[in-house]
Design a protein around this ligand. Structure first.
Ligand code: PSV
Ligand code: MN
Length: 390
């Protein structure tokens, strides 16, 4: 069967694919050494949403935008929701932030001081109020908590306090809302981290209840970790809530999805498809969590969502029946060949035609660059304070 004939078979499955973009991808970012400003960077949440809507307009892939509180705090979230909807966008996941206050130096939800724990819990209550006003389903919690030196903290006591704090937050959620707990193996803490891995996140959310799930950020594992195995396991347990997609060479690099290791992205997406994590029946949220430190931000996001789409198409191309047969026969080389055949299939021309059939530009990157949007925002967005990590 030719690639195109096979592509036609899987094409309907690509319909409705949605990849949520993060508001912070449009703001300035950098490393701990330098945050670079760039012309056209949004000054307001509305401008971030307008840029996210532009990514969606050129790709048809990104109909929602995640917010980060307090970076995206506004007086009237109902009005912000209407503003987004007028641009064809929904407000997606609400991300809490307990990592930028002096009070949180030694912990937030795990802190030994009940007043500081309560302050961090109250911040999550505020995030739930935002969700109620914006219609968001997911509260995503990533904690920058841990310790730097052996003996510094009671690591067991911190797990117990974490469980208690999370339970209080979970109880406040509405029936259609979810708590999504993200893990990360290190940074900013260097010795121990309170939610370092999928197992800890799983244990904590399993104790909360059905509407508590795990967020897998692809940049949050030790080098060499078999991430697709984690995907398979969490799907098997019904606890894979969402992805923060990005790519990394060394640590939490937050680079363009698929830039560092396209094959890993393929392997992850194959397990997503295999495990029922893709398609209209699935609750798994596909999000990006990225920072564009040196490249232009909007085309950086366009490239990222296109890479996810392209790799999803290739994962769908795997001939699963033939693969299962080869696996059950114990035909190691044939099974591997079937898998690799799909990975090596170039779907770019097919996807370009698929887009055109839907009134989208065949080449969204080029269409954006030729649209004049970038020049326009660079000319218009003069003065004010560019958005960043504060
Ligand atoms: C932490 O590194 C993280 O991945 C979390 O998702 C945060 O919400 C995001 O980055 C932005 O700080
Ligand atoms: Mn993340």
């Amino acid at each position: 069967m030719s690639t195109s004939a096979r592509f036609k078979e899987i094409a309907p499955l690509l319909e409705g694919q949605a990849i949520e973009v993060p508001s912070w991808a449009y703001g300035n970012s950098g490393t701990r050494f330098k945050v670079f400003g760039s012309p056209g960077t949004p000054r307001t949440v509305e401008e971030k949403i307008a840029d996210a809507a532009t990514v969606h307009r050129f790709t048809g892939l990104a109909p929602s935008v995640a917010l980060h509180i307090p970076w995206d705090l506004v007086d009237d979230f109902g009005a912000l929701r209407r503003y987004a909807e007028d641009l064809g966008m929904a407000i997606g996941t609400i991300n809490s932030n307990t990592f930028q206050d002096d009070d949180y130096k030694l912990g937030a939800l795990t802190h030994t001081d009940p007043k500081i724990r309560q302050k961090a819990i109250d911040h999550h209550f505020e995030c739930i109020d935002v969700m109620n006003a914006t219609g968001s389903r997911d509260l995503k919690i990533w904690l920058a908590e841990g310790s730097n030196y052996p003996g510094q903290a009671d690591i067991r006591g911190r797990q117990d306090r974490l469980a208690e704090s999370l339970a209080t937050i979970y109880d406040r959620l509405g029936d259609d809302q979810r708590l999504v707990l993200e893990y990360k193996f290190f940074e900013p803490a260097f010795y121990h981290t309170d939610v370092p891995d999928w197992g800890t996140s799983y244990v904590q959310v399993a104790a909360l209840g059905e509407r508590a799930v795990v967020c897998l950020d692809t940049g949050h594992h030790a080098p060499g970790t078999n991430i697709e195995f984690i995907v398979a396991q969490l799907l098997r347990l019904g606890k894979l809530g969402s992805f923060d997609f990005n790519s990394r060479f060394y640590a939490d690099d937050d680079l363009i999805v698929g830039a560092a290791d396209p094959f890993q992205l393929f392997r992850i997406l194959f397990e997503v498809v295999r495990g029922g994590g893709f398609g209209p029946e699935s609750d798994v949220a596909f999000m990006l969590d990225q920072c564009h430190n040196i490249e232009k931000k909007i085309p950086g996001q366009i490239r990222s969502v296109l890479n996810v789409q392209e790799m999803t198409a290739r994962a769908l191309l795997v001939d699963r029946a033939a693969l299962t047969a080869a696996q059950e026969e114990g035909d190691v080389l044939l099974a591997n060949e079937i898998f690799m055949d799909a990975f090596y299939t170039d779907v770019r021309a097919d996807l370009a035609a698929w887009r055109e059939e839907r009134g989208l530009p065949a080449n969204p990157m080029r269409a954006y660059l030729e649209s004049g949007y970038q020049e326009q925002i660079e000319a218009d967005r003069v003065g004010g304070t560019q958005a960043g990590w504060n």
